[in-house]
Design a protein around this ligand. Structure first.
Ligand SMILES: Nc1ncnc2c1ncn2[C@@H]1O[C@H](COP(=O)(O)OP(=O)(O)OP(=O)(O)O)[C@@H](O)[C@H]1O
Ligand SMILES: [Mg+2]
Length: 293
């Protein structure tokens, strides 16, 4: 497995382009993410945020340009290498992806399956050291007390924190989060994002997190990257940004400096398809989960 050379970005996209059925979805995206940075990925529905996250872990391959994730080029990886790379990249979804009838602890333990050979049935079938680490991760997200509670009886915010603990047990070097708080109320959203941010800082894990909530993006992230119509239209430290400037990205009437009118036109067409796309995205999330195991 390729190791990342010291100082090399955890993630590096260079002039990446991606389209589906002849429609350009991402165009000329260049982005380097250093170790430990928390990046909020903003932009209107259909802008290409989920597609970008999928390019990072090799779910999609770019049509042009290069992606380097943790020192690997997913497009050049064999299946085995890609599987190994995905084990190093945690993915957190809007819909949590937990098994409702299993306890919080059992769900977290599933995060270790990529590194264990045999399928496991029940908590006691996992090695003692793995069980201890699973409880430790639940403790870090503030849920150790609830480890024996079935996930379908936990609140949405608690479920998402279980999902974060499961990802942590995997020992990720990079976490991708695709609208992890989109279905949570404001208080639970803050708690989930603060948890992710704290862990990112404590463990030096880079996080790329798509978010629609402007205030949350500004309050949580070190850096905000915004896409619009498949183009990178903003990339700045969160501390330098105002809510109004970020909100302008979502304004269909707004033409950003350097953005041509015709690209906005394309963006609008794609935005119109986005409703249909969300359902697709969820189905695809299910596939990622199954493969990531
Ligand atoms: N597998 C696919 N096949 C065809 N079109 C796709 C596919 N995946 C994404 N698209 C299209 O690419 C565009 C960007 O989609 P994407 O899901 O990346 O947007 P997004 O920024 O994540 O939007 P949202 O905020 O609604 O989640 C959309 O127009 C979508 O319809
Ligand atoms: Mg999306």
């Amino acid at each position: 497995m390729a190791e990342r050379i010291d100082g090399e970005p955890v993630l590096s996209l260079s002039e990446v382009g991606k389209g589906f059925h002849g429609t350009t979805v991402l165009d000329g995206i260049s982005l380097d993410v250093p170790q430990g940075q928390f990046v909020a990925l903003a932009g209107p529905s259909g802008a290409g945020k989920s597609t970008l996250l999928r390019l990072v872990n090799g779910m999609h391959l770019p049509d042009s340009g290069t992606v380097r994730t943790l020192g690997e080029n997913p497009a050049a990886c064999s299946r085995g290498r890609l599987r190994a790379l995905r084990a190093r990249v945690g993915f957190v979804f809007q819909q949590f992806g937990l098994v409702g009838r299993l306890t919080a602890l059992e769900n977290v333990l599933m995060g270790s399956l990529a590194s264990l050979r045999l399928p496991r049935y029940g908590v006691m079938s996992y090695p003692r050291a793995v069980r201890a680490r699973a409880v430790e991760q639940l403790d870090r997200v503030g849920l150790a007390e609830l480890r024996f509670q079935r996930c379908d009886t936990l609140s949405g915010g608690q479920q998402q924190r279980v999902a974060v603990a499961r990802t942590l047990l995997q020992g990720p070097e990079l976490i991708l989060a695709d609208e992890p708080v989109a279905s949570l109320d404001p208080a639970a959203s803050v708690l989930v994002l603060d948890t992710l941010k704290r862990i990112s800082a404590e463990d030096g894990i880079s996080v790329v997190c798509s978010l629609h909530q402007i205030e949350l993006a500004l309050a949580t992230a070190d850096r905000v990257v915004a896409l619009r119509g498949g183009r990178l239209v903003l990339d700045e430290p969160a501390a330098d940004l105002t809510a109004d400037r970020l909100r302008a990205i979502y304004d269909p009437g707004e033409t950003r400096a350097g953005q041509a009118e015709d690209r906005d036109g394309q963006a609008d067409v794609r935005d119109g398809q986005a409703g249909a796309c969300v359902g697709h995205a969820e189905a695809r999330d299910g596939q990622v989960e199954a493969r990531d195991g």
